[in-house]
Design a binder for this molecule. Structure first.
Ligand code: B3K
Ligand code: ZN
Length: 894
């Protein structure tokens, strides 16, 4: 397969400004008639050929120009292209008729069937599976779509825009014609035809336009859409309030489907969602599910401006719409819930998942330079790091400045397809500042590492902060330049009070309350605070002001404990707690892994000989548990020890199983020492049975803290705790508590585990989305020898390998189990490789996502690297492998 390069961008020789599509949907085959209005976009007066993208499953029936058949010798069809010569000068119409078989399309890209209904997914390059087209985002056209289908099985016919006409046809068929007045790239095209129930509501925009809001789901789910509807209305209001952006049509549709590769899709006025991100009831969805639904419904809605009205010139610019829209949904959720907790969650997720991507074999800049399969670049880097880069603008310009930049961005680019550079230029011009220094973030892969050292001069009353930065080499990119890093800093005095900040010179970009923003842009720099009355404790990278790895020289354990107690910045406070946990586990790992001194000792003995869990950490955790004023979600975050992937990245070639055992040892020790406090916190946060469930942040915070404490107590390994958990599982009145108790048990080899799992399945076996939770819990379990259970689940009647959610709930959680995925005999790796090969034949996008653990193989000990490579190689060598999977494994093997 040939990669595509960003530098090779060229506009098409023609533009298509009008598209008329007619779909004749059928069970045997579907006919697609496409009538395209072409306009010259070339120089000179000899018309070049038209080269359109296609896919091998398109059956070309006829090609006409201005109504006349194009002679055979004037066109060529290959697996991926349709080429037409001898075209007239000036504008012309091209009519193409193709046949497709949506019912056989298991890739879930293009037009396909889910639960008997027709639906589409065109981003990034799915439209070419429907008809021949310039399948790229810089060709913007107005679409009309006529859908014809049998009325019995497909009473609902939907496409983008407004309904123009509908009516009956002969033979029990009917039709609907939709017209979208906004020019759009083909990746935003959508069609749905099926038997669906609808929930209706409306929203009146600031300027008084009434918008009908319709959510379509399968009949049995109609009572589970209220939360999605409420989230949609909240998002519409928020975008008006915060960015002055109104919705632009009279109708907004959401359709939920069970078979969907990703979370959701922002097709113009017809968003299509994975049903797990629409459907929710207290009995079947957790607090996290509710929060995710709110966030994703908002995200897709926000795309109407950031993505649809202003779109991407080419796919290399994907972060232009995704990074920006993720940033917008993060801010929305922060306003709907707890801002501090949201920031901690996002920062924590970035570190846990994106940092490894940026350090692994698939590292790429947020704006990649090349790709083989674009699908593989819908990555955490493009989305989540991209959102952090957008946040840099806001941190540098302030909220008002950022808004000015957004206004100018829309004013300049509405209705067009642009680049990340256009976005930066709008931000810079609107604020009359030079932001070219931010350009490097778009070019360089890898997480910048910043080292800070500080010194206090008592007689001069100055405090100096020295900062140096470097970005580690990544595959194909060995040289790195410094990047512009806004580092938000606060200084705390002896009793925890914030000190007033006076920064010498003009290097500070601004100050917000108790924080100053240092502008790091060189390899090494110095900043001096004056009038500092006492030696402070620095609070650094507040609000996670940049996506960096920060090392603070000379930072003591006392400093960290002090920050956990006193820092008013939620991120910096949480980060201090993380650092305490990291330091401890790194130290204990070294002792645990060193079996040379006393080979017969147990891991716990080696850990306690090395000092065990320090009293200071126990005390810090106790203070969190006893702090009744603290938001429960924040408390839960502070009590969460760094996870396996973060620790793995910090310990060179660590053995993942030993590392897991060390973490388990720490959790158990903490549970033993904090038992009364954990039990008290559980009691305090148990809601009275009389209180009705609400997914709001305040109530969810109590549950998350309680369930965090229950997780610690489970680690005690006591039969009494097991039966308490089973009882809680049985008594639970909502899914959050039910699954939390079961999750705690699933990590413990005890009879209550088996009882709970089987009762849960019996109770929920007819609820697809709940069964996914049941699969995921078991797959992720670290009880030893669990691979056999996972293999059995693959044969279980509840498991459907053709459904992406099923794959994501079995294979991806399994990979997160250090004990079973990284089993020393290689059985976990072999299982993953086998599963990838099986799934690849059905759906290569899903298979490629499953292959991503191989991109991390260099992190592990050499024995594991060897056996992981063997499996990656076996996948790479398989005949008929998809390009998607090949691109991932081949990079992993380099
Ligand atoms: N834009 C879509 C993702 C499409 C994925 C294509 N493989 C969802 C989103 O980011 O909103
Ligand atoms: Zn998006």
């Amino acid at each position: 397969p040939q990669p595509v390069y960003r530098k090779d961008y060229k506009p098409t020789p023609y533009l298509i400004d009008q598209v008329h599509l007619t779909f004749q949907l059928g069970e045997e085959h579907t006919t697609v008639l496409s009538d395209l209005h072409f306009k010259p976009n070339y120089q000179g007066d000899s018309p070049p050929e038209v080269v359109l993208n296609g896919r091998k499953d398109l059956k070309l029936q006829s090609v006409k120009v201005d109504g006349k058949d194009v002679p055979q010798e004037q066109y060529e069809v290959s697996e991926k292209l349709l080429m037409i010569r001898g075209l007239p000068k000036g504008p012309f119409n091209l009519q193409i008729e193709t046949q497709i078989k949506p019912q056989d399309n298991t890739s879930l890209e293009g037009l396909y069937k889910s639960s008997g209904n027709f639906c589409t997914q065109c981003e990034a390059e799915g439209f070419r599976g429907i008809t021949y087209f310039y399948d790229r985002p810089d060709v913007l056209a107005k679409y009309t779509t006529r859908i014809e289908a049998p009325k019995g099985p497909y009473p609902v016919l939907l496409s983008n825009g407004n309904l123009q006409a509908s009516g009956e046809l002969s033979d029990g068929r009917h039709f609907a014609t939709w017209e979208d007045p906004f020019p759009k790239p083909c990746y935003l095209f959508a069609l749905v035809a099926g038997d669906l129930a609808v929930s209706k509501d409306s929203f009146t925009t600031a300027s008084g336009r009434r918008v009908d809001l319709h959510i379509y789901v399968q009949q049995q789910n109609i009572d589970r859409v209220a939360y999605a509807m409420q989230s949609l209305k909240a998002a519409m209001k928020w975008d008006e309030d915060v960015f002055g952006l109104e919705y632009d049509l009279d109708l907004f549709n959401i359709v939920a489907v069970d078979d969907f590769n990703m979370g959701a899709m922002e097709n113009k006025s017809l968003n299509i969602f994975n049903s797990r991100l629409v459907l929710a009831s207290p009995a079947t969805a957790t607090d996290d599910d509710f929060a995710r639904i709110e966030g994703v419904v908002a995200h897709e809605y926000f795309h109407n401006w950031t993505g649809n009205r202003v779109t991407c010139r080419d796919w290399f610019q994907l972060t232009l719409k995704e990074g920006l829209t993720v940033f917008r949904d993060q801010e929305f959720s922060a306003d709907m819930r707890s801002r501090g907790v949201k920031r901690v969650d996002d920062a924590s997720a970035l570190r846990r998942a994106q940092f490894p991507e940026d350090a692994g074999a698939f590292a790429h800049p947020i704006r990649p330079e090349e790709y083989t399969r674009m699908d593989n670049f819908y990555s955490l880097t493009v989305y989540e790091k991209g959102a952090e880069v957008v946040r840099l603008y806001q941190t540098l310009l302030g909220q008002a400045g950022f808004r000015k930049g957004m206004d100018l961005y829309f004013k300049r680019h509405d209705g067009t397809a642009v680049t990340c550079d256009d976005f930066r230029a709008a931000m810079a011009d609107a604020n009359d500042v030079d932001l070219s220094a931010l350009g490097t973030w778009y070019q360089q892969a890898g997480t910048p590492a910043v080292k800070v050292s500080t010194s206090y001069n008592a007689s001069a009353r100055t405090y100096t902060v020295k900062a140096s930065q470097s970005t580690p080499a990544t595959p194909g990119q060995s040289h790195k330049d410094p990047v512009l890093i806004p580092l938000a800093v606060g200084l705390l005095g002896k009793s925890g009070q914030p000190l007033a900040l006076h920064l010498q010179g003009s290097k500070a970009n601004g100050s917000a309350g108790d924080s100053a923003v240092l502008r790091l842009e060189k390899a090494s720099q110095e900043f001096v605070f004056t009038e500092v009355p006492e030696e402070p404790v620095p609070s650094l990278c507040r609000n996670f002001s940049a996506p960096i790895k920060l090392e603070v020289e000379g930072q003591t354990e006392d400093d960290l404990i002090f920050l956990v107690k006193h820092d008013t910045d939620p991120f910096a406070r949480w980060d201090a707690a993380q650092r305490l946990g990291q330091a401890l586990m790194i130290q204990l790992y070294a002792a645990a892994a060193d079996t040379s001194k006393n080979g017969s000792s147990s891991l716990a003995e080696r850990c306690s000989a090395a000092g065990g869990v320090k009293q200071s950490l126990v005390d810090a955790f106790r203070a969190v548990l006893q702090d009744k004023a603290l938001d429960g979600a924040m408390a839960a975050a502070l009590l969460t020890l760094p996870g396996p992937t973060e620790l793995q990245a910090m310990i060179h070639h660590a053995d993942p199983v030993t590392l897991h055992e060390v973490r388990k040892y720490v959790v158990k020790e903490l549970a033993q020492q904090l038992r009364p406090d954990l039990e008290a916190a559980v009691k305090r946060n148990d809601l009275p049975a009389s209180e009705e469930y609400s997914p709001d942040a305040a109530q969810a915070a109590k549950r998350v803290l309680k369930n965090k404490c229950l997780g610690f107590l489970a680690a005690l390994g006591e039969p009494a705790v097991y039966s308490m958990l089973l009882q809680r599982f049985r008594d639970a009145s909502n899914m959050t508590d039910e699954i939390a108790a079961l999750a705690a048990l699933t990590e413990c080899p005890c009879k209550e585990r088996e009882t709970g799992l089987s009762e849960f399945y019996q109770k929920w076996k007819d609820e697809n989305l709940v069964v996914l939770k049941w699969l995921a819990l078991q797959a992720a379990s670290n009880v030893s020898g669990n691979l056999a259970a996972v293999q059995e689940l693959q044969q279980h009647p509840a498991f459907n390998i053709k459904n992406p959610n099923n794959c994501y709930s079995l294979f991806l959680p399994f990979v997160r189990s250090p004990v079973n995925f990284h089993a020393g005999d290689g059985s976990g790796y072999r299982f993953l490789a086998d599963s990838i090969l099986t799934v690849d034949k059905i759906n290569s996008q899903v298979a490629a996502r499953m292959a991503s653990p191989f991109t991390q193989l260099k992190q592990f000990d050499s024995e594991r690297q060897t056996i992981m490579k063997q499996q990656a190689q076996r996948v790479a060598d398989t005949e008929g492998l998809s390009e998607n999977v090949f691109e991932v494994v081949q990079k992993s093997l380099k």
